[in-house]
Design a protein around this ligand. Sequence first.
Ligand code: HEC
Ligand code: HEC
Ligand code: HEC
Ligand code: HEC
Ligand code: HEC
Length: 191
Amino acid sequence: MPKLLNLIKNPGVQIGMLVVFLVVVSAGIWGLYQTQVPPPQPIQFPHKIHVGLEIPCLYCHPGALRQASAGLPTEQKCWACHGQLKKYFQPPLPVAQWPPELQKLATYVQTNKPIDWVPVYQVPDFVHFNHRPHIAAGLNCENCHGDMSKKTVATIEQTVNMGWCINCHKAKTETDPVKRAKLLDCGTCHY
Ligand code: HEC
Ligand code: HEC
Ligand code: HEC
Ligand code: HEC
Ligand code: HEC
C-alpha cells in the first residue's frame, strides 16, 4: 500500500494517470455522441411530413405486425404516391425543379437501383428480436422508437442493449411469475 501511494505521488505517474483518465472520458463521450447521431441516409426522408399526412407506420413498415423485422420501403412504394402528386405533375414540373431529395428519388426510380437505407436500430446476430410478439402485446412503435412525427430520418432513441430488453420484460411481468421466467430466460433471446 505505501509503495502504491508513493508511486501515485510521483508527478510522472500522476500525469500518466490524468492522460489515461482523459482518454477514457473522451472515448466515452465520443461513443455516446456516435450513438445519438443518425447515420447518413441516401435520401433525407422526412418522417415528419409523412406521419403528418397520417400515412400509417405499417404502410411503410408492414413487417412489424407479423414478422421479425419491420422492413423498409422500396422506391416503388414511394413512387406510388410521388409518381402522381398533383404538385409535380399537373402541370408537369421538370424534375430539375423538384426539391433535391425528390430528384434523388426520381433517379433511383429511373435507374431501378434499390435505395440502400442505412440501418439505425440493430441487435447483434446472436440476439433474436421479433416485432410480432411486442405489437401483439399492445406496445406502440413510440415505446421503443420515440415520436417519429417530429423527425426527419430515424434517430436512435434507445441504447439497444440487454439491460433495456430485460428491464421492460421485468416491468411488464410484475404479476405473472410464469411469464417473467420465460421473458428473462436466456434462451428466449439467445438460441
Ligand atoms: C402515401 C403517399 C406517399 C408515400 C408512400 C411517400 N410520400 Fe413522400 N410525400 C408525400 C406527400 C403528399 C408529400 C408532400 C408534398 C410535397 O411537398 O412534395 C411528400 C413529401 C416528401 C418529401 C419532401 C419534399 C420537399 O418538399 O422537400 C420527400 C423528400 C419525400 N416525400 C420522399 C419520400 C420517399 C423517399 C418515400 C418512400 C420511402 C416517400 N416519400 C413516400 C406522399 C408520399
Ligand atoms: C419492444 C420494442 C419495439 C417496438 C414496440 C417496435 N420496435 Fe421496431 N425495432 C426494435 C428493435 C430492437 C429493432 C432492431 C431489430 C433488429 O436488429 O433485428 C427494431 C427495428 C425496426 C426497424 C428497422 C428495420 C427492420 O426491418 O427491422 C423498423 C423500420 C422498425 N423497427 C419499425 C417499427 C414500427 C413501425 C413499429 C410499430 C408498429 C415498431 N418498430 C415497434 C424495437 C421495437
Ligand atoms: C412513407 C413511408 C414511411 C412512413 C409512413 C413511416 N416510415 Fe419509418 N422509415 C421510412 C424510411 C424510408 C426509413 C429509412 C430512412 C431512415 O432511417 O430514416 C424509415 C426508418 C424508420 C426507422 C429506423 C429503421 C432502422 O433502420 O432502424 C424507424 C424506427 C421507423 N422508420 C419508424 C417509423 C414509425 C414508428 C412510423 C409511424 C409513426 C414510421 N416509421 C412511418 C419510411 C416511412
Ligand atoms: C418496452 C418493453 C419491451 C422492450 C423494450 C422489449 N420487450 Fe420483448 N417483450 C415485451 C412484451 C410485453 C412481450 C410479450 C409478453 C407476452 O407474451 O405477453 C415481449 C416478448 C418478447 C419475446 C417473445 C417471448 C415469447 O413469447 O416467445 C422475445 C423473444 C423478446 N420479447 C425479445 C426482446 C428483445 C431481444 C428485446 C431487446 C432488444 C426486447 N424484447 C425488448 C416487452 C418489451
Ligand atoms: C430479453 C432478451 C434477452 C435475454 C432474456 C437475455 N439477453 Fe443477453 N443480450 C440481449 C441483447 C439485446 C444483447 C446485445 C446487446 C448487449 O450487448 O447488451 C445481449 C448480449 C448478451 C451477451 C454479450 C454481452 C456483450 O457485452 O457483448 C451475453 C454474454 C449475454 N447476452 C448473455 C445472456 C445470459 C447468460 C442470459 C440469461 C441470464 C441472457 N443473456 C438473457 C438480450 C437478452
